[in-house]
Ligand binder design. Sequence first.
Ligand code: SF4
Ligand code: SF4
Length: 379
Amino acid sequence: MNFKSKFGFGCMRLPKMDENDPSKINQDLFNQMVDIYMKKGFNYFDTSYAYHNGASEIAIRKAVVERYPRESYLICDKMPTWALTSPEDNDKFVNEMLKRLGIDYFDVFFVHNINIPWLKLARKCNTFEYVKKMKDDGIAKKIGFSFHEKADLLKEVLDEYGDILDIVQLELNYLDWEDPLIEAHKCYDLCVEHGLDVYVMEPLKGGVIVNPSDEIKNEFKQFNPNKSIASFAIRFCASLEHVKIVLSGMSNMEDLIDNCNTYENFEVLSDEEHEFLEKMAKKLKDNVAVACSECGYCIDACPEMIPIPEYFHLYNTSKNQPESNIYRLYFDKLADEKVPADECTYCGTCIDYCTQKIDIPDMLEEVCEHFQNGFSPYG
Ligand code: SF4
Ligand code: SF4
């Protein structure tokens, strides 16, 4: 099996010039990363209308489309399902995406993030039928949808549209594999039953897997000092037979090189390694205060515009390094610059959009209590 063809460059978390402005991509660094990735024989770029507020597609045009022959790379883009208001919008968005990317066809095209509210919009706007026509007309070579929900909803979508599709892009990693809230294993099996390929997103669960406590880091080191924590997670996904692409969202050169090494020297995960990862999954779950993958879908849903994943990120890091005062300072700085976490009105709008099924308002309250009251930097 050709494992090298499974390494997809996820363009949702590209290197930035300004940490507070997602649209300011560090184009020079991205170009250098693309050159190394392509030179080593990898060729798949995954983006969406929404990533980096639209700047991800433009950055790909500059780094890839304008610098490499069209047949040397593959591009996947995604319809902004949440923004659809009428069937005419399908055309409008697709034309805009083609223009931003500077291409005249997509190698892969997905309906982005099918959940209950957005499935309704896709049905209302005939988006699956539209995407099928894109394939018939040669505007998209392969089609499917991306999905973060549980198996029941996946079955409903596949029963309705599975026959016209090629791929489902699933959230899949060794933490979520048997997690009853995510059901990654069940979802994978359903795709296989329907004869569809699986593309994987969030193999590191938005960084949760690679930023554990020092104790867990040491256990990985003892188990195998020559392999990075990320490489185990990637090999878990890419070793699955029906997984054809595993996306890695890379924002620095170090991660790119590590991932290239994983695929250039690919080893299928052994039984012993499977057992080890099962053990580590249990420990990681006990260790992570809030399992936020930092996907960002809740932010647009929140009428108060609370930067929810940023607060959850600080909470997790602070819990892992309780002796450090620095996270308390970051929490105060974040609340000064953006909307404070305690401005949550408990309206509950965000909950339906959370890809990790987190009770966001309750968790925000816990975060506030941690930083404002109970958290002592000195234990
Ligand atoms: S419950 Fe809180 S965080 Fe969620 S959408 Fe409402 S105000 Fe925003
Ligand atoms: S809270 Fe949920 S929706 Fe928001 S970024 Fe985290 S995982 Fe994504």
